[in-house]
Design a protein. Structure first.
Length: 301
């Protein structure tokens, strides 16, 4: 695929990447040190303890002592996210407005889903949302907590799918339908290695050791939904191109909103959706070390 970007967004993406990959890490490190100096008891001993990296760590922030099991938990506390994200009895608890969401499996959760408002501001209240690339159920639980009438979650990787079942059972929402399938432009099957299906978001098909996981299409999914005015969230590591470029016009017109992560530019998807009457907004974009333009796009009627 060609660069698939407008000239102005190429420039903005590369400037954004320069900040993300070259500058922001230094600011983050500085902010963490300031946080330790002003908010932790015995700050110099705290710095020594963190540097030693012998987990679990016991650190006291203001009047609260934390037992920190790994680098992930440490980063949340050092970024002052411990008011929004906590750990109890082996679960990660995320406070979302007045709701609390519990996750037994949280290692692959993209926290931006809960920290960036372009996810939470997607209008899902009383609507049916199709969540493609559901990972461990994080975005489906977010949208259920925001008042979605029903969430249909697709996740092709079998271990992620099993983790999603457990996470959703740990919460109070019964309006999430889980489907162990991937989205494509045609029906069929993927061959996915079960043992590797919790390692990365993208997967390589494995014809020798893989198990059959169904492929489905948007047309097949919405044929079972009587409602119009649907909402679509797509984060499927590249499937967004064949799905949105090859689906029938009448299928895409069923959606009021489409939020997607693009992985190789956005111009062809943007043009297609604009031709169908959608207003398209590019929310962000960066140029990755793998020389891909990645970001988020919102389409609305």
């Amino acid at each position: 695929m060609k660069e698939n970007m407008t000239f102005s967004w190429k420039i903005r993406s590369k400037l954004s990447s320069f900040y993300i990959y070259k500058i922001s890490k230094h600011f983050e490190k500085f902010e963490m040190i300031i946080n330790i100096l002003f908010n932790f008891q015995n700050p110099f001993q705290t710095l020594k303890t963190i540097k030693a990296g012998q987990y679990p760590l016991r650190l006291t922030k203001k009047n609260k002592t934390f037992e920190i099991k790994n680098k992930f938990e440490l980063s949340l506390i050092l970024k002052n996210l411990d008011q929004k994200i906590t750990f109890e009895d082996g679960y990660m608890i995320i406070k979302n407005n007045s709701k609390k969401l519990k996750f037994k499996h949280y290692e692959t959760i993209e926290l931006d889903i809960f920290l960036q408002d372009y996810y939470s501001k997607l209008p899902v209240k009383n609507k049916i949302l199709i969540d493609v690339g559901g990972n461990v159920g994080d975005s489906s639980l977010l949208y259920s907590s925001l008042g979605a009438k029903k969430v249909i979650m697709l996740e092709p990787q079998p271990k992620f799918f099993e983790f999603a079942i457990e996470n959703i059972k740990s919460n109070e929402y019964s309006n999430i339908q889980l489907i162990n399938a991937g989205l494509s432009n045609a029906s069929g099957y993927f061959k996915i290695n079960y043992e590797k299906s919790d390692k990365t978001f993208a997967f390589q098909e494995d014809d020798i050791h893989g198990i059959q996981i169904p492929k489905t299409t948007l047309e097949e999914i919405i044929s079972k939904i009587p409602d119009s005015n649907l909402v679509l969230k797509l984060d499927c590591e590249g499937c967004e191109y064949e799905v949105l470029l090859d689906s029938l016009d009448d299928v895409l017109k069923k959606f009021d909103y489409i939020l997607l992560e693009f992985h190789s530019g956005f111009q062809n998807i943007s043009n297609r959706l604009k031709n169908l009457g959608f207003n398209v907004t590019i929310l962000n974009s960066k140029y990755t070390p793998k020389k891909q333009y990645r970001g988020h796009l919102l389409a609305s009627k």
